[in-house]
Design a protein around this ligand. Structure first.
Ligand SMILES: [Zn+2]
Ligand SMILES: [Zn+2]
Length: 283
């Protein structure tokens, strides 16, 4: 049963809130999870843990267990690799400092993107982005939202395709950690390091080196995975004895149409497995 996703998973371990680029506040996300009858959710905002407290408080009230997580964007030879971290210690000073550095890199990147858009006669002020980004971790989806609001494009997808997506004219790469550095950052803070949605970049040959660097899990159930991907990564996880996690990567339905909270995930026991592994790591 472990790691098995069903049509109605008990736990959605990959969710974004307004602390990064999601549309629901941590409290609203937990309320939505409670309505759906989810037993547990993982809060995995990009480069920030600022949503944890609000989510945990709401979870206690509404009887939804919160797995405290993070998602780090790392870079392997120009390919974006996302590493999820579960239950790292929020008290760890090196961890907090590194996250702050990464967030500063994010805002510098957004300023550069706005500069490129300006050169294309698309004039957006940094204040407009800040007004939309409620949390401390800003990202391209916020720029996309402003592009839609201001009528430059009709949808978020068009904003990425025409302006800010990889290879588009206003695209600026992210200042990033290597996957090993990301794994190490999470492990040093006592967290469990998991490779997010490996089906997107299919760097299977890199999984073993990352396991040697401390990777402990693979996200097998994910909104971007085909049933074949899920099957494939399930067997790789077994082969390397890795924990199998899963989640929707929910950002809010207006942001990612069709990606529903609780639409992907795992059985509740996986939450317990992750906690146990995190406790063992902290010893
Ligand atoms: Zn991701
Ligand atoms: Zn994500």
């Amino acid at each position: 049963m472990t790691g098995k996703s069903s049509r109605f998973p008990e736990a959605d371990l990959h969710c974004h809130t307004t602390s990064s680029d999601g549309l629901l506040t941590p409290r609203e996300l937990v309320q939505a999870a409670s309505k759906l009858g989810l037993k547990a959710v993982g809060i995995t905002d990009h480069d920030t843990i600022s949503g944890w407290n609000e989510a945990v408080a709401a979870g206690e009230e509404l009887d939804v267990e919160i797995l405290r997580g993070i998602e780090l964007n790392t870079d392997w030879n120009g390919i974006e690799v996302h590493i999820l971290g579960y239950e790292p210690s929020g008290e760890s000073i090196p961890f907090q400092e590194k996250l702050r550095e990464l967030r500063e890199g994010r805002s510098n990147r957004i300023i550069k993107i706005l500069g490129r858009l300006h050169d294309m006669n698309v004039k957006i002020a940094p204040e407009e982005i800040k007004a939309i980004a409620q949390g401390e971790s800003i990202g391209r989806p916020h720029v996309a939202q402003v592009l839609v609001q201001r009528g430059y494009v009709e949808t978020i997808k068009e904003a990425f395709d025409q302006y800010i997506g990889t290879g588009a004219p206003a695209y600026v790469p992210h200042l990033k950690l290597t996957p090993e550095e990301g794994i190490n950052l999470i492990r040093t803070a006592g967290g469990v390091a998991v490779l997010a949605h490996p089906g997107i970049n299919q760097l299977d040959h890199q999984i073993l080196p990352w396991v040697k660097a401390g990777l402990q899990g693979i996200e097998v159930s994910h909104s971007d995975h085909t049933p074949e991907d899920e099957q494939h990564y399930r067997s790789l996880a077994k082969l390397y004895r890795l924990i199998m996690t899963g989640g929707s990567d929910f950002h809010g339905e207006e942001c990612k149409p069709g990606v529903k909270l609780g639409g992907w995930g795992v059985s509740y026991e996986v939450t317990e497995e992750i906690r146990e592994l995190a406790i063992t790591s902290k010893r």
